[in-house]
Design a protein around this ligand. Structure first.
Ligand code: HEM
Length: 397
């Protein structure tokens, strides 16, 4: 990732890839919310960081000012390969493209469809646990959390499970190593190359999966363009993997370091639904960007057309003005209007699937491994940027 200039002033020169920040962004957010809730940096172009619940939700709803045509927290690598004239809709689109592409996608993640994936997810979790339970130790992030969402998404896209590790590698390249040109290009070309190869096969021989269905769908009486299908399929792959794996990993890390919460969840499994929401709030993985469409004044900050704005959903979810005991994990929290899945028209289309995977992954882990903690002397590592979550959580049980 190269050597990053250390941050001396978080209000005027923040750096989202700073190691200390990736490990503990919470103290930075607390300070910024109190002193400078809209921070700025000129690293990677003029970029603003919104940290309060009020500001993040206000910007998410003001789609005329804050466009989704550039949503990368770390700017995308630019080169010749450009098969995506419409980017990744619906997440990287404004209306009207956003509206109809989102409508195409939503039925794939309805409660009913998601229920249909629950059994396979449960089986998958158990197979993974079977693989390490006798050893008395495991990497809860790399050996468990990371393995789950990719296989469910592979099923939805109709691609063989054997490609799971390859997909995971590509998605990490795109999201986690977005600032390492070689890796960013490798990930992007891998994902798009794979989908471009698959699309003609599924045009000829539709198989009932998401890619096949989209290729045979019409919008306004016309076939949906291949490049739109490509963008949607790539988005599902990117959005559905790292996000959920990070959420599962953070939740397990919390339980591995907070034995009282673990014991309580084991004794009171009926708390699982509210616990899942609380983990999503307290360890929200996803920050998105917007691009300023017209010069504007936002809370006294002169934002210029073309500036980036980081929608810090994770910090919004820790805002004491919006949540009691914002910095604590309260497993039975009653009112939890968190924005881990965003807010407004781009609110996560896959939230039912994410919640199911998170719940099933935690239920099966706790059923079979009710007591566990981080191995002594082991290093827990985190990734950050667009998606924050642990990459390695060595635990013993
Ligand atoms: C814990 C896991 C997840 C989290 C925290 C999460 C978070 C988010 C957030 C914050 C947004 C809003 C983006 C914005 O405002 O620009 C979003 C959008 C989206 N997510 Fe998720 N996501 C998760 C899992 C998933 C899964 C499993 C899928 C399914 C494949 C998915 C698909 C999408 C799609 C398609 C959008 C774009 C919706 C639109 O623009 O209308 N996400 N997600």
């Amino acid at each position: 990732m190269g050597q990053l200039k250390p941050v001396e002033d978080w209000t005027t020169d923040f750096e989202v890839l700073d190691d200390g920040y990736i490990h503990d962004p919470f103290t930075v957010w607390d300070k910024l919310r109190d002193t400078c809730p809209v921070a700025h940096t000129n690293r990677r172009g003029s970029t603003w960081l919104l940290t309060t619940y009020e500001d993040v939700t206000a910007a998410a709803h003001d789609i005329a000012t804050f466009s989704s045509l550039d949503i990368g927290v770390i700017p995308a690598v630019e080169d010749e390969f450009e098969p995506l004239p419409y980017g990744l809709p619906p997440i990287g689109a404004d209306p009207p493209l956003h509206t109809w592409t989102r409508r195409l996608l939503l039925p794939w993640f309805s409660h009913k469809r998601v229920d249909g994936y629950e059994e396979m997810t449960r089986d998958l979790c158990n197979k993974l646990i079977d693989g390490f339970i006798a050893e008395g130790h495991a990497d809860a992030a790399a050996g468990y959390a990371q393995q789950i969402p990719v296989r469910v998404i592979a099923k939805i896209l109709g691609v063989p499970e054997e490609l799971s590790d390859t997909f995971t590698g590509w998605v990490r390249d795109v999201l986690e190593f977005a600032d390492v040109e070689e890796r960013a290009i490798r990930g992007r070309d891998g994902i798009l190359g794979f989908l471009l190869e698959q699309m003609p096969l599924r045009k000829e021989d539709p198989r009932g999966d998401l890619i096949s269905e989209l290729l045979h769908t019409e919008h306004d009486g016309e076939k949906v363009e291949d490049s739109v299908v490509l963008g949607i399929a790539a988005l599902v792959l990117i959005a559905g993997i790292d996000t959920t794996w990070s959420a599962i990993g953070s939740s397990l890390w919390h339980l591995a370091t907070n034995p009282d919460d673990t014991a309580r969840l084991v004794l009171e499994p009926e708390l699982m639904d509210s616990a899942v929401e609380e983990f999503l709030r307290a360890y929200s993985p996803v920050t998105m960007a917007r691009v300023v469409a017209e010069n504007t004044d936002f809370k006294g900050c002169p934002m210029a057309k073309g500036d980036k704005v980081l929608m810090n959903f994770p910090s919004a979810n820790r805002d004491p003005a919006a949540f009691d005991r914002a910095d604590e994990v309260v497993l039975d929290r009653e009112h939890n209007r968190h924005v881990a899945f965003g807010s407004g028209i781009h609110r996560c289309a896959g939230s039912n699937l994410a919640r199911m995977e998170l719940k099933v992954a935690l239920e099966e882990w706790l059923r079979r491994i009710p007591e566990f903690h981080v191995a002594e002397g082991a290093e827990v590592t985190w990734a950050g940027g667009q998606v924050r979550g642990p990459r390695s959580v060595p635990v013993v049980f």
